[in-house]
Design a binder for this molecule. Structure first.
Ligand SMILES: *[C@@H]1O[C@H](CO)[C@@H](O)[C@H](O)[C@H]1NC(C)=O
Ligand SMILES: *[C@@H]1O[C@H](CO)[C@@H](O)[C@H](O)[C@H]1NC(C)=O
Ligand SMILES: *[C@@H]1O[C@H](CO)[C@@H](O)[C@H](O)[C@H]1NC(C)=O
Length: 384
């Protein structure tokens, strides 16, 4: 059976049918999308206009199951906000449904949004509540504040929940003290927020996390990657669960011997203990080391180990591994999606990979685009 493309026209004309994609049968090859524009910013936006796209797939309940939401850094007139756009057809079409605005600082929500759906009831919020973490920063960039917002109505409205971490001036300069790039993940009845931290005087930048049982108070700052050379800068944590129960995190590593900002990874049974796991570089079987702002996810497609997928800003490709992260089994595979700074990866219900970008750091007319690829039809290195 086919998805949207084969529906009779009278069904396409009835929006309530399209809004229930979970009721529709799926087959990967029929629903691939190629460079769909989610948002093309107006020319009065400040350059780079858009950057740093993030998506979430709503998976928990009923009518909203399989709905996608997207957000990004949006260089609108002051104060900036995180736009929320929705797709009910697997990423083919999008519409703006809301804006996450700064409700507490008077600064705007400027950088590094992250969307997360609660997979189970937590901290007084029902399963299916959507969390949005991001960096609230004033127009003069004099401070950084990672804040948490929640939506209990599938992204239509948003409320401030808590301040997570406060830092100094929003400049990526060693010796300055900003916080950056939150990534949320529920683990054993605690929410973990991973982020990049320049506040420790012993490290230009390190990667840390804090945990919370109530989403209101956040525990001690715990190191995840802290390198003993002050100028080294590990950055941009993303994490995914593998089918053998271990967690894998990726990060960029300025200071890596292989390349500036080489994509690195660590594996741990406990995602609060990455600090004691060894870091290793991602080097594809063709020798490529992807660099800058990596993102990792896992798809069940591709055999008993499924497929780990990583991408980075250095090229348009993905780096796939069907060996639970074994070092010599990363295969570079092309995608239909342009390269972006911190390009987002999201696995759709049928296992296809949605790749979403907000443009490049040096971009002067970025837009937000998305494409998908079928992971079952690609050739990936065997485990060695
Ligand atoms: C799954 O990954 C493990 C660890 O790399 C490997 O030993 C095993 O052969 C893989 N299984 C398959 C079916 O490829
Ligand atoms: C999962 O596989 C990885 C190998 O890539 C290994 O490091 C880790 O210990 C395994 N986890 C468990 C729980 O067996
Ligand atoms: C995707 O579309 C944008 C906007 O039309 C274009 O600039 C870009 O080159 C396209 N990317 C690819 C990989 O075709």
């Amino acid at each position: 059976m086919l998805l949207i493309g084969s529906l009779p026209l009278f069904l396409l004309a009835a929006p309530f049918v399209i809004a229930r994609p979970s009721l529709l049968p799926t087959r990967a090859a029929d629903k691939l999308i190629n460079n769909v524009t989610i948002f093309d910013p107006p020319s009065f936006y400040s350059i780079p206009r858009t950057l740093y796209a993030r998506t979430v797939l709503l998976e928990t309940d009923g009518d909203e199951k399989n709905v996608l939401l997207a957000t990004w850094e949006n260089y609108s007139p002051e104060p900036p906000y995180f736009p929320i756009h929705r797709s009910t057809d697997g990423g083919s079409t999008w519409e703006e449904i809301s804006r996450v605005t700064d409700q507490v600082n008077g600064w705007g929500l400027r950088y590094q949004p992250f969307l997360y759906e609660l997979p189970s009831a937590f901290a007084g919020f029902a399963a299916g509540t959507i969390l949005c973490a991001g960096n609230s920063i004033p127009a003069d960039l004099s401070a950084t504040q990672i804040d948490l917002y929640a939506s209990t109505d599938k992204g239509l409205t948003w409320s401030f929940v808590s301040h997570i971490a406060s830092g100094g001036v929003a400049e990526p300069i060693n010796g300055d003290t900003p916080v950056w790039e939150p990534f949320l993940m529920l683990f054993e009845d605690e929410m973990i927020v991973f982020y990049s931290d320049q506040r420790d005087p012993n490290f230009g930048q390190k990667l840390v996390h804090q945990t919370s049982a109530d989403l209101l108070t956040w525990g001690a700052v715990v190191n995840d990657v802290a390198v003993d050379v002050f100028d080294d800068r590990p950055g941009m944590t993303t994490v995914t669960l593998m089918p053998n129960g271990s967690y894998i995190m990726t990060y960029e590593f300025f200071g890596a011997p292989e390349a500036a900002f080489a994509a690195y990874y660590r594996i741990s049974d406990d995602p609060t203990k990455f600090d004691s796991a060894p870091g290793q570089v991602i080097r594809a079987t063709d020798g490529t080391v992807p660099t800058s702002s990596p993102y990792i996810t896992w798809s069940p497609v591709g055999g008993p180990n499924g497929t780990l997928a990583v991408n980075a800003a250095s090229d348009t490709d993905v780096y796939l591994n069907r060996c639970l992260g074994a070092p010599n089994s990363w295969t570079r595979v092309s995608t239909p999606e342009s390269a972006s700074y911190t390009r987002n990866l999201r696995v759709l219900p049928d296992g296809t990979l949605l790749i979403t970008g907000g443009g490049v750091l040096s971009g002067s007319d970025n837009s937000v685009t998305t494409s998908s690829m079928d992971l079952s039809s690609v050739t990936v290195a065997a485990c060695t």
